[in-house]
Design a binder for this molecule. Structure first.
Ligand code: KIV
Length: 281
């Protein structure tokens, strides 16, 4: 999927799928899959680095992970998240952060919120860097929200979200992420915009859905209730590790192939044939 496909995909019956990726190995699997679009989300601060929120993500951190993802994903749109406060320190620092992400391989950036940084969003778009908006439960505002709480539940905040969505479209965003708002509000916002709306915890009626990859694979903590686990990853990985542990302790692994391995140059050859880097041991 290219950025231009976003518009043509906004037709009845065609939904957009987006998934986060942060590292080379899982990004390569996302790249092999049918998923449309890859987001290097600032959720990496939590999922990859163990922080308690996305506030810990920095532009350098985002660029490092974006570069790893870009090495793996060749034919999909890669969107990089602008981290906490990166659009609130003025135009110069914002453009420096954008440049880091773009040079690392992001073809577009995602920015949370709009109030107070509409001009910066507009400047980024006029600099030919496509911008994906993000409103609703914007995790970088967790401290203002007093936790990870659904947004737009009362009429005033619902109207504010509609206005923000329209403003992001007016500024020239190519798409919008709408996070944790009531389904009816998400339906209304989706129906009010020409650009595609990608929902997360926002019900069935948006133009697409995004999930955190490690939530979908069941690898990271207890996911939010709207997540569907497509794999019981933690159980499977721990079971594999326990199997390895048992086989080592019972002298089942390795089967007497150690000598062959030590004398063989095959390993590097096999890795190369599979198109992945050879082990450096
Ligand atoms: O950082 C992230 O993973 C995100 C998605 C959940 C939308 O912003």
């Amino acid at each position: 999927m290219k950025i231009t496909d976003f518009y043509s995909y906004r037709k009845p019956g065609r939904r957009i799928s987006m998934i986060t990726a942060y590292d080379y190995t899982l990004a390569a699997l996302a790249g092999e899959s049918d998923v449309d679009c890859v987001l290097v989300g600032d959720s990496l601060a939590m999922v990859m680095h163990g922080h308690g929120s996305t506030i810990a993500a920095t532009a350098d951190m985002m660029a490092l992970h974006t570069a790893a993802v870009a090495r793996a994903v060749k034919d999909k749109l890669i969107v990089g998240d602008m981290p906490f406060l990166s659009v609130r320190k003025g135009l110069g620092p914002a453009m420096e952060a954008v440049e880091k992400l773009a040079r690392a391989g992001a073809q577009a950036v995602k920015i949370e919120g709009v109030e107070g940084h509409g001009e910066i969003i507009s400047h980024i778009i006029k600099s030919d860097i496509p911008v994906m908006g993000h409103i609703g439960l914007t995790p970088q505002s967790v401290n203002k929200f007093g936790g990870y709480k659904a947004q737009g539940k009362d009429p005033a905040s619902a109207e504010r979200l509609v206005a923000q969505a329209l403003e992001l479209e007016r500024l020239g965003c190519f798409a919008l992420v709408l996070e944790c708002v009531p389904e009816e509000l998400a339906k209304r916002i989706t129906g009010s915009l020409k650009i595609p709306v990608i929902g997360i915890g926002a019900g069935r009626f948006t133009d697409g859905q995004v999930l955190v990859l490690h939530d979908l694979l069941g690898l990271y903590g207890e996911p939010p209730p709207f997540v569907k686990k497509y794999l019981d990853g933690r159980r499977l990985v721990v079971a594999a590790l326990n199997n390895f542990d048992k086989e080592v302790k019972n002298s089942v692994f390795p089967e007497c192939k150690g000598k062959e391995y030590a004398n063989s140059e095959k390993h590097g050859g096999l890795a190369e044939a599979q198109g992945r880097p050879a082990l450096r041991r």
